[in-house]
Ligand binder design. Sequence first.
Ligand code: ATP
Ligand code: MG
Length: 412
Amino acid sequence: MYERLLIRYGDLNLKGKNIKYFIDKANHLIREKLSGINVGFDFRHDRVYIMLNENDPLVVIERLNRVSGLYSYSLISKCAIDMDEIAHLALEMIVEKTRNLPTTFKVETKRADKNYPLTSQEISPIVAGKILSVAKNLTVDVHHPELTLNVEVRNDGAYLFMGQIKAMGGYPVGIGGKGMLMLSGGIDSPVAGYLAMKQGVEIECLHFESTPMTSIESVQKAIDLVEVLAKYAPHDKIKIHIVPFATLHSAIIANIPEPYIITIMRRMMYRIAEVIMRKNDCLCIINGESIGQVASQTLESMKCINLVTQALIIRPLAIFDKLTTMKIAQEIGTIEISNRPFEDCCTVYLPKNPVIRPSVELAEYYETLLDYKPKIDESVVNTKTLLLRTSKHFDITGMGISVGEGLSNENH
Ligand code: ATP
Ligand code: MG
């Protein structure tokens, strides 16, 4: 019954050239995410029509749900601009939706083709009257209808739709530049990455691994998470930088008093993240920190940790509670991977009494016990980068990698 899908863009409160940039990016993503499906495209200045060509609309919508910057969809049936035909088709659509249960409705008409002799105000009551004359379960309620039937009179026919399906929202990914996501294997950071992409920021990921202190499976978790996130990325691809952290990690555990272990570890992570962020032309670091979640995420701790970097830090989950984050993780399909029970470097050897109000002076003093600068350089030099694609791996150095066979790919 439905022959095309109307797509409305998201926040178009942008001005001038930015609107064009927004729409170009969104259209590009729409084409890309629908590639491989035989649909047609009709790009208009404030909307897009997808010609479904007999494809299942749900399959098309599932793909489009990966495009940030889209506001909503409506499934459209088309017929000739003839009051009887419109009423007939409208009734079919209403019956399919209501299964003949008593329902209130109204007809709303928009006349894009101003040459058509009847006005919008004239068309709506005619169509409603014809529907009412055959459908005894329907009544008109113009103020609070359960169903609104939209009729758009265009020069190539009448387009009919009911209601709007919510799309991903936000801004087209990439429009906001690129950020470096600190990706652990936990629940929070993939959600932070998704929200950043949804807001238009393309991401690369950075994962600290401490093998052999932590298991290789925790690295695999990060890789699998990136593959899920890549669904929302341009070209379905995201880079992950895997940073060896064991040398610093063991030095911290051996030299730092227990309450400060996590504080110092996080300060080291930020120092490294800033270098990798800049090397890869990212504008910010993104992470999954949430105020009060653990000792290292009290405001006092975050302030002490943040002091080691000049980088802009974006924390999309700062004010979320865990349930809100988990709900999103469920929706985007990362939670099952995050829940796999492997320790990563923030959860292995957890101190019993971590400091929640760290002293900056003490943190700085403890760091003098570490000779950390060469260790940071070593971590950065030995970082390996993979370019991952949703369910496929791309070798970006031509060395032939398969994640199942190991992580080695590109040395920086
Ligand atoms: P998540 O917060 O993702 O559930 P987590 O709870 O294990 O994972 P936290 O201890 O809350 O991690 O760390 C806060 C943030 O620090 C994470 O959201 C992530 O952005 C970053 N982070 C922690 N561990 C790592 C790691 N091994 N590699 C990269 N980033 C990390
Ligand atoms: Mg967390």
